[in-house]
Write a protein that binds this ligand. Structure first.
Ligand SMILES: Nc1ncnc2c1ncn2[C@@H]1O[C@H](COP(=O)(O)OP(=O)(O)OP(=O)(O)O)[C@@H](O)[C@H]1O
Ligand SMILES: [Mg+2]
Length: 264
């Protein structure tokens, strides 16, 4: 569904992505792991249209989508969530969801009198938001300001945003980070159901190997801007290169380097 060919993204002298090639099969939940600073988020940023790559190509099916804007990609059903949730804190959960679809009409009396179809559309969007809220089991906070949600609930809302349109492929950047076990299960179940019942393809960056192991096949491992290997969660966990990448500069013994964006 997505193919990335020999992608480079350089920031001055920093080779954040340094010749990465990956494929994400339609219908898969593909995991993307790697030590801090491996280039995972940068790869997402390029695929999702936030950066134009220094070189390389991104394909969506047969279409070259390199350099399209996030807005254009949104209309092709390619969505992403952010490592740090970016809810509108002074809007309610329901309102946050209702913001997502394009050309969201505002409510006004003129609309009610002259453009009944516009209001019908608003009702449709509201009904969809309620459906998403129910799906994610967050009905008890539907009218809460999003800014008051727990970290985990904000992550559910991030996922919920992708359900407000007919997404085909969704890129999740550490959607499980900082989420407690109970909510993590809810989040995992929601991802699996979206995959199985609604045909969403996912590519997800995570550091939690249990979560990755439960959801993802295959798992792609990146280090220093390159793809190290791809395999099942079990295979990559047992791979010497992967262990070296993590032990050398990764999760354990890692130098006190602050990664850009940090962990949400
Ligand atoms: N906009 C930018 N300008 C300059 N350097 C950047 C930029 N974005 C990322 N980098 C650098 O590129 C490298 C890869 O960063 P990236 O955020 O993609 O890593 P990551 O694998 O997502 O790490 P983490 O697991 O910590 O989120 C890092 O060295 C980072 O500092
Ligand atoms: Mg990152």
């Amino acid at each position: 569904m997505i193919r990335v060919d020999d992608l480079h993204m350089h920031f001055g002298g920093i080779r954040a992505v340094d010749g990465a090639s990956i494929e994400i099969a339609k219908g898969s939940i593909t995991g993307l792991i790697g030590p801090n600073g491996a280039g995972k988020t940068t790869l997402f940023n390029v695929i999702a249209g936030h950066y134009k790559p220094s070189s390389g190509t991104v394909w969506l099916g047969d279409e070259d989508i390199t350099g399209l804007t996030p807005h254009e990609l949104f209309h092709k059903g390619l969505l992403r969530t952010f490592q740090i949730a970016h809810e509108f804190s002074t809007l309610t959960v329901r309102e946050n969801l209702m913001m997502v679809p394009d050309q969201q009409p505002g409510e006004s009396l003129v609309d009610v009198w002259l453009r009944p179809s516009k209001c019908a559309r608003e009702e449709e969007v509201r009904a969809r938001a309620d459906e998403v809220i129910e799906f994610l089991e967050i009905s008890h906070v539907a009218d809460e300001f999003a800014g008051n949600l727990s970290g985990g609930q904000k992550k559910l809302l991030e996922l919920g945003r992708t359900m407000m349109v007919d997404a085909k492929i969704v890129f999740l950047d550490e959607v499980g980070a900082g989420v407690n076990r109970t909510l993590l299960n809810t989040l995992g179940d929601a991802i699996i159901r979206l995959n199985k019942e609604r045909g969403y393809t996912f590519c997800m960056i995570e550091h939690d190997m249990d979560f990755i192991g439960r959801l993802c096949d295959p798992v792609i491992v990146m280090a220093e801007g390159k793809v190290l290997i791809e395999g099942s969660a079990e295979e990559v966990k047992a791979d010497e290169q992967v262990i070296e990448a993590y032990l050398g500069r990764g999760l354990k013994n890692r130098p006190a380097k602050k990664s850009k964006g940090g962990s949400a």
